[in-house]
Design a protein around this ligand. Structure first.
Ligand code: PRP
Length: 209
């Protein structure tokens, strides 16, 4: 049985549809209930819905053999997993945003609010800018509005959240998308099954191009 961790939510549903089209269907997953685990013994797959930011933990520790996680999570937490494939879903970008009027004063330490402290630190380190990181857990857009920070580093998808809070993108740091990841030991012991799934899912990604 191949244990597959899917990110709960809209992205996870798109990912499941891709896996279903690839021949790894599990009809019981479509039942309207609050169960978290679904299996199809005939196809030898067991899916479970996991909070998106937790998928990499399940995979790293082997509770799931494979899973789907955003590149943002992989860069932020650097889990010890194999990254097998870019699924070309859940596309967005990591960006620096601030009020339109913001002008950086290089003589002052820049105050940066973010959930992604590692990504932010690496980015500002790469451009040699000294920063003070303020770690928040959500509603990051509030920070520059209330004077808690100068800028934010956050995910921008449609740009609506920024716009509705009078903020704008100042720099794009990285493009983000969903990645298929595998536990390193599972990749040895269940290699044939993972390779087969990888091949079929890759065909689905290519057919969507
Ligand atoms: C993310 C991100 C932005 C928003 C961007 O938040 O932190 O707030 O989505 O999307 P948009 O560009 O399409 O408006 P999420 O919904 O994940 O919630 P969060 O506040 O918990 O981070």
């Amino acid at each position: 049985m191949l244990n597959i961790a899917l990110p709960k939510g809209r992205l996870g549903e798109k990912v499941y549809a891709m896996f279903e089209n690839a021949g790894f269907e599990c009809p019981s997953i479509k039942e309207n209930n609050r169960k978290l685990i679904f299996e199809n013994t005939e196809k030898q797959v067991r899916y479970f819905w996991v909070k998106p930011s937790d998928v990499a933990i399940y995979v790293e520790r082997g509770a799931a053999d494979i899973g789907v996680a955003g590149k943002d999570i992989l860069l932020e937490y650097e889990p010890d997993v194999y990254e097998l494939l870019d699924l070309d879903l859940g596309k967005c970008r990591m960006a620096v945003a601030a009020p339109a009027s913001f002008r950086d004063n290089e003589n002052r330490t820049l105050k940066v609010a973010t959930k992604f402290t590692n990504i932010a630190a690496n980015y500002y380190n790469s451009i040699g800018r000294q920063i003070d990181i303020i770690k928040l857990n959500g509603s990051i857009e509030l920070a520059p509005i209330l004077g808690l920070s100068d800028v934010i580093v956050d995910i921008v998808e449609t740009g609506t959240t920024l716009k509705e809070n009078n903020l704008e993108v100042k720099q794009t740091i990285l493009p983000i998308s969903a990645r298929l990841i595998a536990n390193k030991a599972s990749f040895q012991f269940k290699g044939a099954q993972i390779e087969e799934l990888l091949r079929e899912v890759r065909n689905q990604v290519n057919s969507c191009d």
